[in-house]
Design a protein around this ligand. Structure first.
Ligand code: SAH
Ligand code: SF4
Ligand code: F3S
Length: 439
């Protein structure tokens, strides 16, 4: 039997697809590179914005044709949309065979056996998360594509209930894996040839396994022999501690890159978002980070057009972007998610206005990224080689510890090696480098 998984959404979802692959391959399923060749098609979905859901729904429709050609083909919807919509998916799209939420993947073999059996009508087709699920898949071995970086979820769920966000509803309550268990997985990764790990959680800064906090965990991971670099995402500004930043500063292997979503530069809007920090709190965290870490890559997420966002609030976000000078920013138009608190707020911002605000920040951020990258010309840095550059077969690409991409034209370097380079050029977001000759 062959399976094909297509994944939408965040890195956590990509990791989850690797877990599902682990469960399936443990039972003898083989991966298929194309949906056309698969006996089972799985779509791991995202609900974070309406646009993400629409993309999935369109894609599902395109699989319908395959199902008509091959009635034995099984199609399953996994992930956040599966949890949010549940049975509705089966009602609206009868060619879908089953729906499984993010904490229920252990049931996938039972579901597949059911849909293939004689009693297929009576076997379960929907498995949603249990109330207050404690699932961490600690004993499941994810199947990863061999490479340089591996993702490791160290916690699941979210307790923060930012008023715009669907994640706490679809991913359940926050829970952490034990540090010991995380370290065991990372040792296995070294054996498989990985040299970089990215620890994942919706808010890694609230990691707690009863004994270790996230700073402790990072320090432990950095000590695992064979690991050259440790990254992590995402940090909620309210929980980013000085202890954590110190641990990053003290450990060469922990990368000086912090993804710190600010969401808005207006304290009033931050309150409406239930973010538990003010504009000033955020700026103080940035100052603290820059006191300890130099250089540091600082990236962020911003939502424009949150309900009630006035021109003055938006200007405060623009000013904050100017002041902080992030290395890059993901800017999103607010998208109301059914069931969240903000979806019931008044004063929705018009679509045209959201677009204008999005474009203004993107234009500003592009300028900042460009000018910050230009300042790097002439400086030295170490990249971890990831492979060929996307644009050219003869170029190599790697990342600085700040997460900036450096392209080295016309060269051959082994994947997974740390190489010292000098930055010789900058073109928008991409840096160009030359390999320094080692003595
Ligand atoms: N747990 C992470 C990321 C969650 S989702 C965190 O707390 O930062 C990733 C990003 O999507 C968020 O940072 C936010 O900027 C954006 N996002 C979440 N819900 C959204 C919504 N309803 N509309 C627009 N953007 C949203
Ligand atoms: Fe969503 Fe907020 Fe949790 Fe991030 S911290 S996943 S934005 S509720
Ligand atoms: Fe990730 Fe999207 Fe779910 S961002 S947690 S896959 S809603």
């Amino acid at each position: 039997m062959k399976y094909f998984i297509e994944t939408y959404g965040c890195q956590m979802n990509k990791y989850d697809s690797e877990l599902v692959a682990g469960i399936l391959e443990g039972a003898g399923y083989c991966p298929s590179l194309r949906p056309e060749d698969a006996d089972v098609i799985l779509v791991n979905t995202c609900s974070v914005r309406q646009h993400a859901e629409q993309r999935v729904l369109q894609r599902l429709n395109s699989f319908k044709a395959l199902k008509l050609e091959r009635p034995d083909l099984k199609i399953g919807v996994l992930g956040c949309m599966a949890q949010r919509l549940g049975e509705k998916i089966l009602v609206e799209k009868p060619f879908i065979d089953f729906v499984i939420g993010p904490d229920s993947y252990r049931n996938i073999l039972q579901v597949l056996n059911g849909v293939h059996s004689e009693q297929r009508e009576s076997s379960p087709k929907i498995f949603l998360n249990e109330y207050e699920s404690k699932e961490t898949y600690a004993d499941v071995c994810p199947v990863r594509v061999r490479g340089v970086n591996a993702w490791v979820a160290v916690m699941r769920g979210c307790n923060n209930y930012c008023t715009y966000c669907i994640v706490p509803y679809v991913r359940g309550r926050e829970r952490s894996r034990s540090a010991q268990n995380v370290i065991e997985e990372i040792r296995r990764l070294v054996d498989e040839g990985f040299v970089e790990v990215t620890l994942l959680g919706q808010n890694v800064n609230s990691y707690w396994d009863g004994e270790h906090d996230f700073a402790d965990l990072l320090a432990m991971v950095a000590k695992v022999e064979g690991i050259e670099r440790v990254r992590f995402a995402t940090s909620h500004p309210k929980d980013l501690s000085e202890k954590l930043v110190r641990v990053i500063a003290e450990n060469e292997k922990i990368c000086n890159h912090i993804h710190l979503p600010v969401q808005s530069g207006s304290t009033r809007i931050l309150q409406l978002m239930n973010r538990h920090y003010s504009r000033e709190d955020f700026l103080a965290k940035v100052e603290m980070i820059r006191k300890y870490l130099n250089p540091v890559g600082l990236t962020t997420d911003i939502i424009v057009g949150f309900p009630g966002e006035e021109e003055d609030d938006f200007r405060q976000t623009v000013e904050l972007v100017r002041e902080v000078e992030f290395d890059s920013a993901f800017v999103f138009k607010y998208s109301p998610r059914p069931g969240t608190r903000a979806a019931q707020f008044d004063d929705m911002v018009s679509a045209a206005e959201k677009t204008r605000r999005l474009e203004e920040i993107n234009t500003l951020q592009k300028e900042i990224t460009k000018s910050k990258n230009r300042q790097l010309i002439g400086q030295r840095g170490v990249i971890l080689v990831e492979g060929r550059s996307k644009k050219s077969e003869t170029d190599v690409m790697g990342r600085l510890e700040t997460n900036k991409i450096v392209v080295i034209p016309n060269t051959i370097l082994p994947k997974g090696k740390l190489v010292e380079v000098t930055i010789v050029g900058a073109d928008g977001v991409t840096l160009f480098g030359r390999v320094n000759h080692q003595n």
